[in-house]
Write a protein that binds this ligand. Sequence first.
Ligand code: BGC
Length: 412
Amino acid sequence: MKRILPLSLIAIACGAAQAGELEVLHWWTSGGEAKAAAALKASMQAKGHTWKDFAVAGGGGDAAMTVLKSRVVSGNAPAAAQIKGPSLQEWAQEGVLANLDGVAKAEKWDALLPKVVSDVMKYKGSYIAVPVNVHRVNWLWANPAAFSKAGAKVPATWDEFFVAAEALKKAGITPIAHGGQNWQDFTTFEAVALGVGGADFYKKALVQLDPASVSSPTMEKVLTTFKRVKGYTDKNSPGRDWNLATAMVIKGEAGMQIMGDWAKGEFLAAGKVPGKDFVCVAAPGTAKAYTFNVDSFAMFKLKNDANTKAQNDLAAAIMGPEFQEVFNLNKGSIPVRLGMKMDKFDDCAKLSSKDFVDDAKSGTLVPSIAHGMAVPSATEGAIKDVVSQFWNDDKMDAKAAMSKLAAAAKTK
Ligand code: BGC
């Protein structure tokens, strides 16, 4: 008769005497996100470490960041936390993040990452975070059955978008599934800014916050177009979570959603087939540009050696080819590690992977503001608030919104 060893003994037998505990803060709680996060948990448990899940619900991570601040301030930081973009630098300046150069050197991260990504993962030349993936944000998700019922064509430009939206509305289908939360409002806004203004305008106005571009006729046109989109959302959109908006497209209650490719994780988790049950196209007018959003984890300085070892194992696993594949297949994103085979990925991911390279070459690869890739968190919060105020207040015109935006852009 075979004897079944208790898990703890197996861990010791596998040489995991250094087993540590990893408390990991993230906001991956929707169907597709949770499936992807489970892959990370499984790989750490396979090394004998204990995974303490610290999931804080709330798309875009605003709630998670609030909770993280209070935990760190009270001297009780988790081992690892999902932190992205310029916020990584802000946390590193506080002196609370662990240096990951040891694992980065051993695993050759410098050679395995696009420079645009590795630069963000470093503080004063040292790695302080490990990247997980590349999400493309400027996508439009559409339900082909809803479109054929409405006799409409999936739009490639903003003009076509409004034609399709009218047709969907006439057919009794909500044209655009939206969740009225400020990061979702801004996800739509930045897609409109890229589509209407182009990549150079986007960079000048929203990344460099150049005053002349923030207050320009192009910005006025962007704001007006953005507000027109609202007329095609349903009355229950305020406060709705993004994945519930995706579910409307999955069920055919809505025709389209403008959202990053974590939405694809929801379609896939619901058993839907890309190209058949749903389609992905670049958000209107943005086929020749790419808004990127890179998820990453930072590790907090810990005193316990076993837990520090567990952090290094986590960092190494995240950049490992097995994890990069399985995680990104579930998450909807593409691997951030260069040179990965894409044969198991679908056409949306293959297009994303090709466009990432092409847009990097042509200077049309731009960081997502809505997803914390571009500007300091205080500025980001201020401009997001203005955009949502404008979306929600039907009495505010584009000119008034523009002058508020100009003031918010000066927030430091
Ligand atoms: C994150 C994604 C996440 C999405 C919705 C984004 O900011 O980068 O990983 O799936 O928010 O929660």
